[in-house]
Design a protein around this ligand. Sequence first.
Ligand code: NAI
Ligand code: CS2
Length: 489
Amino acid sequence: MNRLSLQTIGTLPADVARPGYDRAAMTCGVVHLGIGAFHRAHQAVIFDDALNAGDPRWGITAASLRSPTVQAQMVPQDGLYTMLVRDGVAEQARIIGAVRDVIVAPQDPQALLAALASPDTHIVTLTITEKGYKLDPATGALIEEDPQMAADLVALDAPQTAPGYLVAALAMRRAAGLAPFTAISCDNLPHNGTRLRNAVLELARRHDASLAEWIAERGAFPETMVDRIVPATTADDIAALATLLGVEDQAMVKTEPFIQWVIEDRFCGPRPEFGAGVQITAAVAPWEEAKLRLLNGAHSGIAYLGGLAGIDYVHEVLALPEARYFVEALWDEAETTLSPPPELDVAAYRQDLMARFDNPTLQHRTRQIAMDGSQKLPQRLLATIAARIDAGQGIEALSLAVAAWVRWQAGQDDLGQAHQVDDPLAAPIAAVLASAESAEDRVAAILAFDAVVPAKLASSAVFRDALTRWLALLETQGARAALARFQQG
Ligand code: NAI
Ligand code: CS2
């Protein structure tokens, strides 16, 4: 079957939306690092909207810092791909044309540096996962012992990390008399802009203090909150879309109708006239905290409890009444720790989240959400628990979610099915758990693991006791029984 491309786009069914602008005339005002599914269903769509609105400056040069996979999917398609929006049985396909080039940075670092240093480039966006910033999840400090960061600390002629590329390119821009670009983290991290800025400034200082000062003074790293559920694409998704389109699209992404991008009003250069789905604001933190603690906190609890119960998809977990009860209880606990934006109706937001989780055609795998838990739990669950303890409030639902993450580290679900613990800290976590002979010992080992658990929380007897109770129940009776016991109170 032919691939989607400039040659075949004219053969698509009439109801498939496609670029309404001249792609040959667009310039790439955006460089994106981490060309994954989320970028293709979120930021790239927003920039595609700007191009469709008549501003040709917002094409994208995308890059992977790790793999040629997406380049091989997109380049034969002239950068075109389908965003398939699924809402229950309804689905709508849209061809996105904003991505012009895909660079595989390890194969051609100078091409990425040239794109970042180009006078056309005004914005750099990043979706490199929580671990991509090379920052300690608990302290936020640069992980200097990381081999790629260690190399970038020595030399930046061929960077290996995202902060490394940004520092090297900003040095090139300063030398060329150009302004910096606005660097926008689009990862699920609290204060993601500040974290990115800290990583860039710390690395810059190690090479050239005056460059660091220039970046600090002239650069911009806005905070953002990003939201759209984008499950990983499967071979079945590609095959089903090929039947719909009549051509094969290996770069397609599937997602939901909901999209939200809250961006701090902090840019050091041009930006699009953002349209639907984008809010420019002075205060991102209230939005970010609500989303990370409500949506993502529940997601992680669902992923580990559902995964342990041998359940593949989010919507299948929430078909269990005891799971819905647990999610609502976790939201009751988390909600008291929030300072929500005045315009956010939290009750309505919770109802919308449950409806989004229930969307059966998203087929969001519990295992995908379970990935990288060591990088996710600090902002999704542990910070919430710390706030509840400080307020003298209960932490039962939140502790059950963390206990399920601890149980997940065993690499086997309640049915005896083995799973890989996909996490950059899986090995050291397994090492500290290996010698533990009881739930109490395993909890003590995890609480002492300061790369994930902040010291103040590690010393909480309330947290230790709750975590031990739930872990012991998970180990002896499984996730379904634990959820049932939780519901019984
Ligand atoms: P993906 O697996 O499709 O893409 C991940 C991207 O991150 C790839 O380009 C990969 O090369 C890159 N990456 C991974 N580790 C890296 C490292 N150490 N250094 C540099 N690049 C690295 O995943 P997807 O769905 O695009 O999600 C990426 C991130 O986007 C998530 O981690 C999250 O922070 C954010 N996000 C994802 C949402 C979703 O529903 N998928 C929704 C909201 C945010
Ligand atoms: C999910 C997020 O994989 C995960 O960890 O919780 O990617 C989630 O889909 C997004 O944050 C939704 O905006």
